[in-house]
Ligand binder design. Structure first.
Ligand SMILES: Nc1nc2c(c(=O)[nH]1)N[C@H]1C(S)=C(S)[C@@H](COP(=O)(O)OP(=O)(O)OC[C@H]3O[C@@H](n4cnc5c(N)ncnc54)[C@H](O)[C@@H]3O)O[C@H]1N2
Ligand code: MOO
Length: 406
């Protein structure tokens, strides 16, 4: 009988796996969306660089705010540098985005003046410095604006563009080889020849999960279920990728070849095989020449959950992103018994209502770990710790948000 370690211990071992030094590459900012920034972005100038008008109006000296009339001595459209200065009892018509003319310190919006014979009368005074965007209002020179480890999104692209930075360094994604094993599984489109055959969903679920969470995937599809083919598969996959993820063939059956190949043919260093979790108790994690092998159980629900729990944190570490699994507190709407002495992950529905997350189990099916449809909709996983007690309706519980996994 194998030793099953605790979930906590398995995470400790996983987190201690040494990740190779990350490689960076330079890309155009619009190709960097969803990628991880490798170097801090520091402002090389103030924004704005000069006092700038935030409205359409008249630039004045504040000391003239209560004067009867101020003479309009020039116009100052955005994109031009007006040469005249605002002197006492004068003003310059100035537009949104224009530099504030020399000598001025306050902008009176056009709505606050009456224009009579090339002069303005201020009908509604404004305070000192009104509608003037000061130097460095947006950012200051030498300020770190985007930290290394940030995942680039639309706001980072905007800030990079305003800094005139067309290209940035990003960490390259890990490459994960994915395959499913099992003598009963068929790829899409392949005709069934007997009733015992089923469609392989695992390899495609995992490809989608990994790609949408920051990895590149080498899809190796369903692999024929014999020792020789599985050995060749592993040898090829290990050469080409950083992490190899398989499904099936890791429990206690006579035909569970994956574990035999990993242990006996590859002679990989098994870090653990068997964790006190439900689902996914037969997960096997091994190292072969610094490459990581994660062999997941065959059931669709088990392999998906264990891929989330064990592979996503590795992806985060490979690409040096400031990310972690989205585990939060939620209120449960019913009593929920602790059925086994394991860490248990149960699919539930989650809703954000009246400033709190609430979970229920409406429409969730019970049965084996084959029920992948329990993860459709707006799902989360209720996490029951190994040593936890029965849960009571209204308790705050830990959940893992699945829709945050893209
Ligand atoms: N006597 C015991 N039997 C089983 C145990 C046990 O402890 N003692 N554990 C059960 C648990 S828990 C799991 S999980 C499975 C894991 O078995 P394997 O990892 O060896 O997976 P398979 O037997 O190959 O497949 C299990 C199940 O999943 C279906 N499957 C397989 N591949 C795919 C795929 N690519 N796409 C969709 N579905 C797939 C397969 O048809 C089986 O129904 O072992 C239990 N048995
Ligand atoms: O480990 Mo199995 O995945 O509990 O169904």
């Amino acid at each position: 009988m194998r030793d099953f370690i605790s979930y906590k211990k398995s995470l400790e071992i996983l987190n201690n796996i040494k990740i190779p030094k990350s490689v960076t590459k330079r890309v155009f900012i619009s190709d960097a969306i969803g990628q991880v920034l490798a170097k801090d972005i520091v402002a090389d100038h103030n924004s704005p660089e000069f006092p700038t008008s935030g409205m359409d109006g008249y630039a004045i000296k504040f000391e003239d705010i209560n004067s009867d009339f101020l003479e309009i001595i020039d116009k100052n459209p955005a994109g031009f540098v007006v040469e005249k200065s605002v002197e006492s009892k004068t003003c310059i018509k100035t537009f949104t985005g224009s530099l504030m003319p020399q000598g001025s310190d306050t902008l009176v919006p056009i709505e606050n003046v009456e224009v009579i014979n090339n002069k303005i009368k201020i009908t509604k005074p404004v305070p000192f410095g009104f509608a003037v965007r000061n130097i460095g209002e947006n950012y200051k020179k030498d300020e770190i604006l985007i930290k290394a480890g940030t995942i680039i999104g639309f706001s980072e692209i905007g800030v990079l563009a305003s800094l005139n930075i067309p290209q940035i360094d990003i960490f390259i994604k890990p490459l994960i080889a994915v395959a499913s094993t099992g003598s009963e599984i068929l790829d899409l489109g392949v005709e069934k020849t007997n009733n015992a055959q089923i469609r392989s969903s695992n390899h495609l679920t995992l490809e989608a999960l990994f790609k949408s969470n920051g990895a590149d995937v080498l899809q190796m599809g369903p692999v024929e279920d014999d020792i020789k083919t599985i050995t060749i598969f592993f040898e090829t996959a290990l050469q080409k990728s950083d992490i190899v993820v398989t499904t099936g063939g890791v429990s206690v059956g006579d035909y569970d070849f994956v574990q035999d190949v990993i242990k006996d043919k590859l002679k990989a260093e098994v870090l653990f095989h068997g964790v006190s979790i439900k689902p996914g108790m037969h997960i096997l994690v091994a190292l072969k020449d610094e490459k990581i092998i994660i062999a997941l159980p065959g059931f669709a629900y088990s392999s998906t959950i264990t891929a989330i729990l064990y592979v996503l944190p590795l992806i985060y570490r490979f690409r040096k992103a400031n990310e972690r699994l989205p585990i939060i507190k939620a209120k449960i709407n019913q009593d929920f018994k602790k059925t086994q002495n394991k860490t248990i992950f149960t699919a539930c529905n989650v809703e954000y209502k009246n400033s709190e997350y609430i979970i229920d189990f409406v429409g969730k099916k019970s049965g084996t770990s084959a029920i992948l449809t329990n993860m459709l909709g707006n799902p989360a996983l209720l996490i029951q710790d190994e040593n936890s007690e029965d849960i009571k309706a209204g308790d705050l519980v830990d959940i893992l948000l699945l829709n945050n996994l893209k």
